[in-house]
Structure formats: C-alpha cells, structure tokens
Design a protein around this ligand. Structure first.
Ligand code: EPS
Length: 389
C-alpha cells in the first residue's frame, strides 16, 4: 500500500514516547543527528519550564531499519523519558480550565486528572517530531523543504518577507529564542513572555509553516479525505492547545473580493525545468493549495495556540473529589510553548505532505518513488512542449 501513516504512544512521565511509521519506502537513509537536532529544537525556545532541564530528548530506532536505511517495514522510534515517575506522580483533583483534565476525568470515570493529563500532555509531540523528522528526510530526497517558525506571541507579531527561501527562513528562525525570523519582533516576543511570567500568567501565539519545492497536483480534489489542505488543517489543529488553522490568506479572504484574493498566473518556458514547471503566481494568497492540491507555489499554513492552561496563579475550578470550589492545581509547566509548537507544526505538516507524496508517487523502494516523480514531471513537460508547438 502506498500511503504513509503514523501513530504515537506514551505518557508524559511514563517510560518513553513512541512513534510508529508505516509506509516508508525502502532504501531511505536515516540521519539520526538530524532527527536529534529537531528534538532538541522542540525542547527549546524562550518560555519553557523545568521539564526541559531534565530531559535530553534523543530518538532511538527500534525497528524498520538495517545498516542505516529503511527496509520498507514499520519503523518504531523511541524517545525515553528521564522524568519517568508516572506511578508516583501526584494526584490532580482540581482540573485546570482549558486543559483536557475535566472532560477526560468525566469521560474515563476518575477524579484523578493525572490519568488524563499524562497522555494529553504536549510531551507527546516529542514522538511526532521524531516521526516528522523521518518524513522530512523523505521529502528532502525530492527537494522539498519544510520550515516552521513563530509569527506572533501575545501582542508581538511579524510579517514574513515572501522572498525568503527555506534556508534563509530557517537561519533567521534559529537566530533567536523566540524562533521568529525577525529579530526585532523576537525581542518583543521575549519581553512579552517575561511579563507573563511576572504576572504568573501564560501566553499563546501563532506559528506558520512553509513547504517549498512541491510539484503541482499533489493531494486530491476527488475524495474529501485526500484533500491536502484538509489534512494539513487536521494535523496542525491536532497539536495540543491549537484552536485554529488557516491556509494562505485564510480568514482574510472573507473581507476581500475575488480579484483581490485569487493568484494570477504567468508561464515562463525558461523555468520549465523546475518542480513548478515554469508556472508562477504573482501572489500566493491561496497558500500553495487549490482544490485540495498543491499548485506549485509554497504551501503556507498557520495555526493559533492558546495560552497554556497551567497558570502559576491558578484559575477558579471545582475539586472533583469533593465538588468544592477551589483554585486549579498547579503542575510544573511552561509560560509559553509557542516556539516549541512551531517546530511541532513543521513536523506534522511534513508528515501530511509526505503522506500525499507517497500516495501520488507510490513505489516500494525510494528509487521507484523517484522514478514515478520524474515520470510525472516529464509527462507534464512533454504536454507543455507539444502545446507550444
Ligand atoms: C512537555 C512536557 C511537560 C510539560 C508540557 C510539555 O512536562 P511536565 O508536565 O513534566 O512539566 O512541560 O506539557 C504541557 C504544557 C501540558 O499542559 O501538559 C514537553 O516535553 O513538551
């Protein structure tokens, strides 16, 4: 079956976080240093709490690999938890409004929210970043680059310079602790997090992911399940604490007429060797996706993360064991995890893009998939050549 799928398992203070990826082609070399660099990046960013001083996340591959290359079998990744103490972790009876605590405790018939938060915790994203790191390595075999960064924390925001490529964006992001490609905006974001800490409060924000180098026609308009835009929205929307996702101009299209929304087209035969086949758009308000399919422009996805629900000053809650009004429990937590979430968003986007690439180009070995990719671009170029006469 040529698709790609993944699952995760693990509790925040259990033995390990695990990811299982099915559907990788054989012969893909896995660069562990690159995977581990992404895991460390996820642990960082300004505003993180005490847990990241304990953990030194590193991935181990348990299955699916031989001599450093995939062999087509399911690949299991493990990130061990140093803070492994799930059986001794304190009982939590006072749910944090905003967290999974309350609904989960009722659903799983317990008044100890610990059973819920252990799995609901954003620590689970370590497994998704490990899996997404593998997806990025598959995509890079096709010249596809994925980069995530922060565009807003609280009131501090930046616009992204549309002329920046993946490398420039990544370099700018990695230059500061807010993971924002604009240093001046990053300084304002860090100040906002410092203020939230003083106020014993938390802060959310907006992350953006761009995917460069996708050929047109990946995804589908034929089945809603296969629409790449919908998959990206689902994947980014599934990140812990995310409350909304936009593609391209997103909700901004509502206030503009069509002439100011759609991206007018050009064709330059001299560029037909590129993955975009010589077609270009004067703008990219569609965020690289039309009809559920890539259109050759960079994919642009944004997601909004709410402020973390664990506040040092607590929030009014109800004790589930006594039903008395009390402040919510405090668990060690972050003040702001938006920088880390930008890395998570990058990796879940990579997984969805890789899934659609597997479905479009198929093949059991990487060479088959590449041959199919080349055949597809070659067939389109031949049609364009014939059209030009
Ligand atoms: C996280 C680890 C967790 C939290 C955070 C994300 O560790 P601990 O609960 O031991 O401090 O810091 O999870 C949450 C914000 C949450 O609400 O659960 C991580 O590794 O990203």
């Amino acid at each position: 079956m040529s698709t790609l799928d993944y699952r995760t398992a693990g509790e925040s203070h259990g033995a390990a976080m695990l990811a299982i990826i099915e559907g990788l082609p054989s012969d893909l070399p896995i660069d562990m240093d690159a995977l581990n660099a992404e895991l460390r990046r996820r642990q960082g960013g300004y505003g993180r709490g005490g847990r990241q001083k304990i953990e030194k996340d590193a991935a181990e591959i348990l299955t699916g690999i031989r001599a450093g290359k995939t062999i087509g079998s399911p690949l299991v990744l493990q990130v061990r938890n140093r803070d492994h103490r799930i059986d001794d972790a304190p009982v939590i009876n006072r749910p944090r409004p905003g967290h999974a605590d309350f609904a989960g405790a009722l659903k799983y018939q317990t008044d100890d929210c610990r059973n819920i938060l252990e799995r609901a915790s954003a620590r689970e994203t370590a497994a998704r970043v490990a899996a997404g790191g593998v997806a990025k390595q598959l995509l890079s075999a096709f010249g596809v680059e994925v980069v995530g960064y922060v565009v807003r924390i609280g009131a501090a925001a930046t616009e992204i310079d549309e002329s920046l490529n993946a490398e420039a964006l990544r370099a700018a992001r990695d230059g500061n602790e807010a993971y924002c490609p604009n240093d001046a905006a990053a300084a304002a974001m860090i100040d906002a997090i410092k203020q939230a800490k003083k106020d014993k409060d938390t802060l959310g924000g907006v992350v953006e992911v761009r995917v460069f180098g996708m050929p047109p026609g990946v995804g589908s308009c034929m089945r809603w399940q296969d629409r790449l835009d919908a998959r990206l929205m689902g994947a980014v929307g599934s990140i812990q604490a995310f409350k909304g996702v936009e593609i391209g101009m997103g909700f901004g299209v509502a206030e503009r007429p069509g002439s100011q929304v759609h991206d007018e087209m050009d064709f330059d035969a001299a560029q037909s060797g590129s993955a975009a086949l010589g077609f270009s758009r004067r703008t990219n308000r569609a965020g690289g996706l039309e009809g559920g399919m890539t259109n050759g422009m960079p994919i642009v996805v944004r997601g909004v993360m709410k402020p973390i629900s664990t506040l040092l000053r607590g929030l009014d809650s109800v004790n589930l064991a006594t039903l008395k009004a009390e402040r919510s429990d405090y668990e060690r937590s972050d003040i702001c995890a938006v920088p880390a979430a930008s890395i998570v968003a990058e990796h879940v986007v990579a997984l969805e893009v890789a899934r659609s690439m597997r479905e479009k180009f198929g093949g059991d070995a990487l060479a088959d998939m590449k041959a199919s990719y080349e055949h597809y671009l070659g067939a389109i170029r031949a049609r364009m050549h014939a059209a030009r006469g």
